[in-house]
Design a protein around this ligand. Sequence first.
Ligand SMILES: Cc1cc2nc3c(=O)[nH]c(=O)nc-3n(C[C@H](O)[C@H](O)[C@H](O)COP(=O)(O)OP(=O)(O)OC[C@H]3O[C@@H](n4cnc5c(N)ncnc54)[C@H](O)[C@@H]3O)c2cc1C
Ligand code: SF4
Length: 556
Amino acid sequence: MSDFDVCVIGSGAGGGAVAWRLAMAGRRVLVLEKGPWLREGDFFKDELACCRRSVYTPDLRHERHVIEEADGEGWQATSTHESGLDFWNGNVVGGSSNFMSGFFHRLKPVDFRLRSEFGPIPGANVVDWPITYDDLEPYYAEVERVVGISGRVVAHPFLEPRSTPDFPYPPTLEHPVSAWIDAACARLGYRALPLPRAILSQPRGTRRACEYSGYCGSYGCASGAKGSARAALLDEAVATGRCEVRPRSQVFRLVSDARGRVVAAEYFDRDDRLRRARAHVFVVACQAIESARLLLSSPGPRHPRGLGNRYGQVGRNLIFSAGGVSHGRLEFGALDPERAAQARVVGPFLNRTLHDWYVIDDSRLGRVKGGVLDFLMGHPNVISRALAERRDDDGQLVWGRAFKRRLESAIRGGRRIDCEAFADWLPTDDCFVRLDGEVKDKWGRPVARVRVGAHPHDLKVGRYLAERGARVLEALGARDVVIGVSDSPPQNLVAGGCRFGRDPRRSVLDPDCRVHGADNLFVADGGFMPTGGSVPYTWTLYANALRVGDRIAAQL
Ligand SMILES: Cc1cc2nc3c(=O)[nH]c(=O)nc-3n(C[C@H](O)[C@H](O)[C@H](O)COP(=O)(O)OP(=O)(O)OC[C@H]3O[C@@H](n4cnc5c(N)ncnc54)[C@H](O)[C@@H]3O)c2cc1C
Ligand code: SF4
């Protein structure tokens, strides 16, 4: 007899939303989370601790990843402990959603039928989704209300169909430079739109409205305004009395029976004791890489190669978010005093996005899927800004007075303004997760080995978008505008590896995100996504996890 109807592993955007839905529906839910449970009062704005010493992620000496990158001849594998890269994103109750910037976009109908709309791309495993935008729309609308999304709907050719006329919360406060972007875009013939944010502009229940701390992305939120899975969903789920969250519980294996059904989750508790949790249904939501690792680490009588891995699909078609960046500087000395004072304002958000090139139809690229541009003021983290000044144009280290002068000019003489481009990271056979044959974590379990190959098409689209972003920055008066497009994956936007589909030979999950061959096991983080859309996709993770919660409730 199980104490719980459902055991959810991982408490981030995916896990938190499933747990919330089922607890609200009267189900008994256990959430096992490897990290600690921090509350609003535990979050602080300390760049050294939060961004340089990674207090919210594991020590890489004990828990690392092995990353395979192309080196021109083959694949070069380096452990993250050696490289300094870090593929952990937030291992606390609520997961990475505690640290996101909350730039929220829906996917658009075209994202659900990429293969039909644009045809095959050689070297890419592009498929249509087994569900449509209409299946997800009610859940997108629910996320707006429940998680709390602030914004304003403005009609434009790529606006997604909506069941509600506008957002439930008005936009967050806007930075004075937002008006400069509007004017620059109007001159260029582009449409600058308000950028929706998973940040409360007004209080909701016990959560306060945004306090415009200035340090948002990469930092936990002390007001509760940020729509993290913890603040927006898990606190409410726990308050029902039906949801128990066990922090510092690291699940390392799912045990399955002769029928292929999962019967227990084995985990190490806060004292490293081995424990077992039982439930009728299990949900894996450890973020894409770790979810694939857990399934691969869980062979059973009916799943000898790992859960759901009969056809070797688990871990394949991992995706990130492709795109590029353009950035420039607003030099205070080059602006008139009024504009210089505006550029200095700290706190409010730029909140502007451009969707003009969601589909690109261009003589150079043809008709291809494009993406979005999101604007933001450069992150205020002062150590990173100082580090960016340590080398001159020739790459030489700068010392002493010369270095001080550079710091003075960079930090007090102007501000960086960024335009981030988001586009599809095409799924390929060169981007996947498997278990490493040698490297183990501190509990002796194989770590995830991740190959991170990108498709050349992604770079072309990323450059196209970043060039448009650069035009806007130049038009609004930014100096030293540069473009950066790279095939390195952004570690914080990762999905796929357990794609959903109708054919068990080509997918891991069925359209309800149930693992093929294990009918009481679901995956509810971004792992299900066969393609990622041209946006940061956490809104879609939340929406899909609510949908999966409904399917589980129906099954129970
Ligand atoms: C700095 C930053 C900025 C971001 N900005 C944005 C943004 O502006 N817009 C946007 O859409 N997205 C943004 N994101 C991405 C967003 O946070 C993620 O897409 C989202 O949180 C992913 O949800 P998830 O459920 O897949 O994983 P997570 O939210 O990371 O949750 C996974 C959880 O599983 C736990 N876990 C892992 N392994 C185990 C195990 N074996 N046992 C138990 N628990 C385990 C982890 O500790 C973690 O808490 C940002 C992320 C970061 C880090
Ligand atoms: S108070 Fe506002 S700006 Fe500060 S972390 Fe929370 S959501 Fe971000």
